[in-house]
Design a protein around this ligand. Sequence first.
Ligand code: 4NP
Length: 160
Amino acid sequence: MIKVLFVCLGNICRSPLAEGVFRQKTIEQDVGHLFHVDSAGTASYHIGALPDERSRAVVLKRGFELTHKARAFSAKDFSEFNYIIAMDKNNLNNIKRLMSDDTNSKVLLMRHFDMLAKDGEVPDPYYGDMKDFEHVYDILNRSCEVMLGYLMDELSTSGR
Ligand code: 4NP
């Protein structure tokens, strides 16, 4: 089993969407049992909240739902998750600030897996409109597809 945590700032727009898109792909490919997927935010303003209604609308259109409740990222997540995937470089820096030397988790940017922009960030859509959320969905859909392939390869070579 591989445990994956997606992280953004508020844990209501990008990271719960990434969590939902990635989980949906594992279900569609019949490999859901091989993954534990979660999301968290580096800020704590929205703890307990459902994802932003615009993130929920984006996936409802595609036939699935987001039911995550926002929570704050904490140093304990390093001992729980194999992969910690940050949406942007600010999130990445905030995560790395809590990381100790003996951390085994791999901490990466989401768009590391985006063949169209490997150095890019997932833009914050919070102050935007549905067009911005659709753009975020496209990035996440592309990135999660590649990421799942990469992790499936890892599972088949490591025997985990
Ligand atoms: P997220 O978006 O980090 O993708 O969940 C945001 C959500 C809330 C805020 C900023 C970004 N906020 O300032 O409350």
